[in-house]
Design a protein around this ligand. Structure first.
Ligand SMILES: O=C(O)CCC(=O)C(=O)O
Ligand SMILES: [Fe+2]
Length: 482
């Protein structure tokens, strides 16, 4: 959610509303829209402040909100020319979620479902919020707003830099792994971070396991957790669980966290199989993605584990942080438990327009992730696409867990991207690494910038450094140690 140091912040209405939806899942979309438009006068920061106040519960049916929600849905009509100058901020998925959340909110909040300020008294709000074609003053080409379901591994590989393997682990190992993690997940924390100086909490829980070859110097932790650690295990489970600490703070999505490890036997066996499969895939894809080669075998030396209890828990649109895994990462994700919808869309920007200037951001892909599916996200998935675990989608109960899903996202934490190798910003914090996706003249370049706003809720500093400049500095320090 941090604004990008080198790119203008494109916090338009769609993005703002999508952000509020992902943070304030308990509130109906109409309330979020009203607070954003009326009370906060379009300021996301102010809206978050207002919504964080304990008394937020009621929403008047505002005509402005009605108009903007209709536009929000109707803005799919933008012409190609408009799209070129104003890249979509992901209308399609958020619109879909808007529709899903809307029906949820209509059930939960009868007050919000009234249509008393509208002329169309007889129509349900859900219908009113849709783009009204008849009322549209001019006929403009309609950009198709589709979600394409991809099921067959060949179809997935044709459309996306992803490889899907269903029933990846032997069944008994998958089940054992899941039951083991279900037990452990009771101690995984929700994460807090800052959005415009307001602390927000993730709707799911997660943790980071690291193995023996995690490149940051690790020693067994024998004292209490550091004062900054937000990952607090219960004492009983803590005794069975070795905790690692590192000689550098570990930031996960802008938050300082504690890591757990080394892998137990089940996780180690899973790692062995994941690494073998991923390296096989990487060698097959080398001709397609030459940039995947250089660093030797891919290692699954750490894994971000996520737990979602029920369909209200998910994770919003994002691409995975590159800071400690470096550019062009490969991430291999095993799904366990109830099947959930994984949605993928291209990041708006020059990369998402065809040579004729047509926007190709309209397409969202949906992949169901059943128990024991391995999805390997290859480069440039994190550079060019965003993903989400969609909330409020129908689920079939899983025999082992009913409505709980756990994902294990194995990553290679590269030695050259440890905190020791990461520049510190003027605030004294390790920087975050990002890639330029919007500015054509620097497209695809990586840069470091301050992440203090997410971590501490304070203003971020002006630190900015291109990755290649930083690497050149590191190389010259190695060649000419002082
Ligand atoms: O649960 C999943 O499959 C996705 C989780 C995810 O996107 C992440 O850990 O970054
Ligand atoms: Fe992710």
């Amino acid at each position: 959610m941090t604004s990008n140091a080198s790119e203008p912040n494109e916090l338009d209405f769609d993005f703002q509303l999508a952000t509020l939806l992902s943070v304030f899942e308990q509130h109906p979309v109409e309330l979020l829209c009203d607070v954003l438009l009326d009370q906060a006068e379009g300021s996301l920061e102010r809206a978050i402040e207002l919504l964080s106040a304990p008394s937020v519960s009621h929403v008047e049916n505002s005509p402005l909100r009605q108009t903007r929600l209709t536009q929000y849905s109707g803005s799919r009509q933008r012409t190609t020319a408009e799209n070129k100058h104003r890249p979509s901020s992901g209308l399609e998925p958020t619109t879909t979620r808007l529709q899903e959340t809307r029906s949820e909110s209509l059930r939960n909040s009868p007050k919000c479902a009234t249509t008393e300020d509208n002329d169309n008294q007889d129509l349900p709000l859900a219908q009113l919020l849709r783009w009204n074609k008849a009322a549209s003053p001019t006929k403009v080409p309609r950009r198709v707003n589709t979600v394409v379901n991809l099921v067959h591994p060949d179809a997935i590989a044709r459309q996306l830099p992803c490889v899907m393997i269903y029933n990846f682990l032997p069944k008994s190992l998958a089940d054992e792994l899941f039951l083991n993690l279900l037990q452990e997940s009771r101690t995984w924390p929700s994460y807090q971070w800052y959005l415009f100086e307001r602390q927000v909490t993730s709707p799911s829980t997660s943790t980071l396991y690291a193995d023996h070859d995690f490149p940051w110097v690790i020693h067994k932790e024998d004292s209490n957790l550091s004062e900054h650690s937000v990952d607090q295990a219960t004492p009983e489970i803590e005794r069975d669980q070795q905790s690692f600490t590192s000689n550098g703070d570990i930031y996960f999505a802008g938050r300082k966290i504690r890591i757990r490890g080394p892998y137990n036997q089940i996780l180690a066996e899973t790692r062995r199989r994941v690494e073998a499969k991923v390296n096989e895939i990487l060698s097959e894809h080398l001709s397609t993605y030459p940039h995947m080669s250089t660093h030797g075998p891919w290692l699954a030396n750490a894994v971000v584990a996520n737990c979602y209890q029920g369909s209200a828990q998910g994770v919003g649109w994002h691409n995975d942080r590159l800071t400690n895994i470096g550019p062009f990462p490969t991430i291999a994700s095993i799904s366990l438990g109830v099947s959930r919808q994984f949605r993928i869309r291209r990041i708006p920007g020059p990369l998402s327009t065809t040579t004729s200037g047509d926007s190709i951001t309209g397409q969202t892909f949906n992949i169901s992730l059943p128990h024991n599916a391995l999805l390997v996200m290859l480069p440039p998935m994190q550079e060019e696409y965003q993903h989400t675990i969609q909330r409020h989608t129908p689920m079939d109960a899983h025999p082992l867990s009913s409505d709980t899903r756990i994902s294990l996202t194995f990553r290679y934490y590269r030695p050259e991207f440890t905190p020791k190798c990461t520049p510190q910003c003027h605030c004294g914090l390790p920087c975050q690494l990002r890639v330029v996706t919007k500015r054509e003249n620097s497209l695809g370049r990586y840069f470091y910038f301050c992440q203090a706003d997410q971590q501490h809720g304070k203003d971020k500093c002006t630190f900015f450094k291109w990755l290649e400049d930083h690497q050149a500095d590191l190389a010259s320090q190695t060649n000419h140690p002082s």
